[in-house]
Design a protein around this ligand. Sequence first.
Ligand SMILES: NC(=O)c1ccc[n+]([C@@H]2O[C@H](COP(=O)([O-])OP(=O)(O)OC[C@H]3O[C@@H](n4cnc5c(N)ncnc54)[C@H](O)[C@@H]3O)[C@@H](O)[C@H]2O)c1
Length: 327
Amino acid sequence: MIKVAIVGCGTMGSTHARGYLNIKNAKVTAVCDLREEKGKAAAELLGAKYYKSFDEMLKEDIDMIDICLPTYMHKEFSLKAMEMGKHVFCEKPIALSVEDAEEIVNKAKEKNLKFSVGHVVRFFPAYMKAVDVIKEGKIGTPKLIRTTRNGAYPGWSWQNWYADYKLSGGPLLDLIIHDIDWIINNFGDVERVYAKSFNGKVERQDHCLVTLKMKNGAIVHVEGSWAYPDGAIFGTTFEIIGTKGQIESDSRNSSPVKKYTNNGSYSISLDTPLFPEEEPYTAEIQEFINAITEDRQPKITGEEAIKAIKVSLAAIESSKTGESVEL
Ligand SMILES: NC(=O)c1ccc[n+]([C@@H]2O[C@H](COP(=O)([O-])OP(=O)(O)OC[C@H]3O[C@@H](n4cnc5c(N)ncnc54)[C@H](O)[C@@H]3O)[C@@H](O)[C@H]2O)c1
């Protein structure tokens, strides 16, 4: 049984917490959050001990730390956990700079620890199915890939940390990294990046458009939005055009359960019924736990997470200079 501790029990920490309830070979024994109400809610759900201090929690007998903190804290907390000999699963993006990300990956190697990053799109059924169809050769060679990831500004966050792009990277790093990781993983390396974004000039509202020229000649368009009104349904799409056919998916049309809830404010969301172990956030954590127990490399490696931020950081540079960036 792998003993796990979660640090950061906000939006993603509580999502991961629910995932662990369906994992049989791991148990969350401790959770940590500066905000007592968030930490204690997760502790109660999981039957775990609540800590306000990460350093105190690290003294516990724990095998793995699951880091769900704001992005600007990923490096500091990953390194601390690894120094204490803990395996680390860290939310995406791995870090805000390539140097920081490399420090994390090198520390994991030096300490012979498992490390992975929450590039969860690789575990979403529609995206997995598309990959299968492509690998079976059903649409020939992919030449054009278009993805969108659109919703409202993440206004839920602790201290509104997403609004400061020096802490979050904005949507070019924080949001569309999901699509970028999936694209690199399935269509190969990127040669050139061109991007447009408001870059935080408009408060709580942004939109980004990125064009990628892939080394294999394919063209990719990635769109990401924090421009929708609060409460808007979050949606993702992809379209892959090959030499013999095409695949498309729209999460707003393909999620059969529509939920209307009023917990203080009215909201509408979409659900796809899945077996508990297929739920993407559960599946990504299960894969990492299995990498520990089987002593093998996790499906998502630190090096892959670095490749993804290199493209996002190039997109940020391009959106600021107006020039394309060669990788
Ligand atoms: N995979 C996904 O789909 C997805 C979605 C959203 C966010 N994320 C990523 O997850 C990470 C967390 O984002 P979030 O939206 O959950 O943020 P959040 O603001 O909702 O939660 C962060 C939590 O960390 C706590 N915290 C801050 N400093 C702390 C400290 N020193 N010690 C203990 N707790 C501390 C805060 O109290 C808060 O509860 C980010 O890297 C973000 O990019 C991933």
